[in-house]
Design a protein around this ligand. Structure first.
Ligand code: DAH
Length: 360
């Protein structure tokens, strides 16, 4: 039967030329489907004589087996080609930058960053962090700190007062972090070594002043604490904070009611157009106030000035943040504008440590 051989050639040709799985399926249906050419041949077997069937049966069944096997082999080949094509088109470029997760995309405010930096530096020198409330009594904010009632030094602070309580006393928004010195001395026994970062309030607003701002206070009380210790601590702090090998500092006499003697401290810097650099140059910049804790303050806090003494300092966090990170205006610090925060903020997973580096 030449037509069987011819049909085989045709069908195997069609199988090998099928371009995709759909074309191959069409060939299968045309050959082996209900009305397919091979199925039609198989049907002729029933009408044949036994001798004819003996001669043609193996040929027709052989054709069916060959075509079935060829289709299966082609299907395999097409399947792996399709998989290869898909793998090629769906490949991922692992060198592309990854989008940040929400935890990484947030930004730490420069004030929080600087407080973390201060804490790392002073913790390394053995200081603990103390805190107190923003709403303070007149007694802790002024009187116990040796600002007598009616003393003109009270007017140096543009204080926000609350309406008088039932007892006629007015609470206030603390004008400095110094009242936490009082709270600490009233509750802890010397030796005391604390820093006190926190919010402070004065009625003032311009490019470098906002009604709410931040200070960090330092307090050391012990038997023999003296100005030499204070000077060393402040120098080590400035070097670590501004990340320079050496700084020159200048201690000028000044006045604060709660310290005697009192000093203001300038650090050496170089002013270059709009930039300020520390650890070099011939200019000076005032950065903090300090002094030996006044004996009246020690007494007001239940300590005996004949057996303990100490020193304290206070500085503006916002100001040193502006200086260190080159931010010219203080007001946007508190405007909650995410564009500003994206620009000046810090990555939350880069936590400042002395060993790993303070600033990123
Ligand atoms: N409390 C002062 C202020 O706000 C700063 C200050 C000066 C704090 C001297 C101190 C200090 O502890 O010793 O102006």
């Amino acid at each position: 039967m030449t037509d069987i051989a011819q049909l085989e050639t045709e069908l195997l040709g069609a199988v090998s030329q099928a371009k995709d799985e759909a074309a191959l399926e069409a060939v299968r249906v045309a050959a082996l489907g209900k009305n397919g050419s091979v199925s039609a041949l198989l049907k002729t077997l029933g009408a044949m004589t036994p001798d004819e069937r003996k001669a043609n049966g193996p040929k027709i069944n052989g054709l069916k087996d060959k075509v079935t096997a060829a289709i299966a082999a082609r299907k395999d080949a097409l399947g792996s080609a399709a998989l290869d094509a898909r793998l090629n088109s769906e490949s991922v470029d692992v060198t592309l930058p990854v989008r940040e997760t929400p935890a990484e995309a947030g930004r730490v405010h420069p004030i929080s960053q600087v407080i973390d930096e201060l804490t790392a530096i002073f913790a390394d020198m053995g200081f603990a962090v103390a805190e107190g409330p923003d709403i303070e009594t007149d007694d802790y904010n002024f009187t116990k700190l040796n600002f007598p009632e009616g003393h003109p030094a009270r007017d140096m602070h543009d204080t926000f007062y609350f309406p008088p309580d039932a007892d006629g006393k007015r609470k206030l928004l603390r004008t400095h972090t110094s009242p936490v010195q009082v709270r600490t001395m009233l509750t802890q026994k010397p030796p005391i070594r604390v820093i006190i970062p926190g919010r402070t309030y004065r009625s003032d607003s311009d490019q470098t002043h906002t009604p709410m701002f931040h200070q960090v206070e330092g307090l050391v009380i012990d038997k023999g604490s003296h100005l030499g210790h204070l000077k060393w601590i402040l120098e080590e702090f400035c070097k670590a904070f501004f990340e320079v090998n050496a700084v020159k500092m200048r201690f000028r006499p000044s006045f604060f009611p709660f310290t005697e003697p009192s000093m203001e401290v300038d650090i050496q810097c170089k002013r270059d157009k709009n930039e300020v650099r520390f650890g070099e140059g011939n200019d000076w910049m005032e950065i903090l106030g300090c002094g030996m804790v006044h004996p009246n303050v020690l007494r007001n806090c239940g300590l005996d000035p004949d057996s303990v003494q100490g020193f304290a300092w206070g500085l503006g966090i916002d100001r040193i943040a502006m200086l260190k990170y080159g931010m010219p205006d203080l007001r946007p610090f508190f405007e909650a504008d995410v564009r500003w925060l994206n620009h000046y903020g810090f990555r939350p997973l880069d936590f400042p440590t002395l060993a790993g580096g303070l600033s990123p």
